[in-house]
Design a protein around this ligand. Structure first.
Ligand SMILES: NC(=O)c1ccc[n+]([C@@H]2O[C@H](COP(=O)([O-])OP(=O)(O)OC[C@H]3O[C@@H](n4cnc5c(N)ncnc54)[C@H](OP(=O)(O)O)[C@@H]3O)[C@@H](O)[C@H]2O)c1
Length: 283
């Protein structure tokens, strides 16, 4: 079965475009990843988000190769893992990423975490190495993830180069407005990770009420809220029927009132589910 594909794309500041909706692969175990990512491509996803740290790049690459879909129809993102921030490690690990994904060129590569308390606080050198990959022609676009406003300011001020995206935790319980606004102020597109609050938002009474009003699944309501905010999202699911559900969000709209009701769910910092980027230091 191949259902209708995501129809929306976002223009990035370097002139490229990214599908607004993709498929996330965090916690897709390597043993299941060929089949799971294969199902996501078959259902219609054309944007895959992986990372060196997810340990499934090789399986993502195998699924893409098996799919027979033309390379230029699939947008692939990976992320630099925390132990690889030194310039030569960026270069070497990026080569491994390309080999595992079986690609000559990657669409988007992100610094996964800024790690301001590691590497003597120097994530600017790491950012310069990412720019080198673009100059080399092996990477189309360079971006960052989990960068707080001060981190963005530092890399932009010191290099004059702006990341095309900032991938940050964002969902109905944690709008992450400061990082989101700082990104928008620099024309950096926001990618919202954990868009379903890892599934927690699907049981919310307000979300469930709007799902009933719109005759849609709770997941579709939450994902549609993200889309109408203009963010890029890539929900993860191990289940084919949920993948199809998550993909079918471009044929309905939430009203201003429905958006406003979901907006009331923001818990500020208390709603954060992942680590705080200012203190996260796992290598
Ligand atoms: N940059 C970063 O630091 C960072 C951090 C975390 C995540 N990410 C990226 O963002 C992606 C998405 O975030 P996430 O995977 O943490 O969380 P998520 O997409 O918000 O939620 C995934 C959870 O929701 C469930 N789910 C998905 N679709 C559903 C549906 N239609 N109905 C019911 N339940 C559904 C999944 O269960 P099943 O799998 O059992 O269906 C899974 O438990 C990741 O996969 C990764 O690519 C990036």
């Amino acid at each position: 079965m191949t259902s209708s594909r995501a129809t929306s794309s976002i223009k990035l500041s370097d002139g490229t475009s990214i599908p607004q909706l993709g498929f996330g692969t965090f916690q897709v175990p390597p043993a299941d990843a060929v089949e799971t990512v294969g199902a996501a491509l078959d259902v219609g996803f054309r944007h895959i988000d992986t990372a060196q740290g997810y340990k499934n790049e090789a399986e993502v690459g195998e699924a893409i190769a098996n799919s027979g879909i033309a390379r230029d129809e699939i947008y692939v993102t990976s992320k630099l893992t925390n132990s690889m921030h030194a310039r030569d490690d960026v270069m070497r690990s990026f080569d491994e990423t390309l080999a595992k994904l079986r690609l000559d060129k990657l669409d988007l590569f992100l610094i996964h975490w800024p790690l301001p308390t590691r590497y003597d606080g120097d994530f600017v050198s790491t950012w310069r190495a990412m720019l080198e990959l673009v100059e080399d022609g092996r990477l189309t676009s360079a971006g960052v993830s989990n960068f707080e406003p001060a981190h963005l300011t530092k890399i932009i001020d010191e290099t004059g180069a702006t990341p095309v995206v900032n991938q940050i935790e964002a969902h109905p319980y944690f709008h992450n407005n400061a990082a989101r606004q700082a990104s928008h102020d620099q024309a950096i597109a926001v990618e919202a990770w954990g868009p379903l609050a890892r599934g927690e938002a699907l049981d919310d009474p307000i979300v469930k009420a709007i799902a009933t009003e719109t005759d849609r699944a709770a997941s579709q309501v939450v994902l549609r809220w993200h889309v109408q905010r203009g963010d890029i999202i890539f929900p993860k699911s191990m289940h084919r029927e949920r993948m199809a559900e998550n993909l079918a969000i471009f044929d309905f709209e939430l009203s201003d009132d429905q958006i406003a009701r979901i907006d009331t769910l923001d818990r500020g910092e208390d709603g954060r589910q992942g680590p705080n980027p200012n203190t996260f230091d796992a290598l």
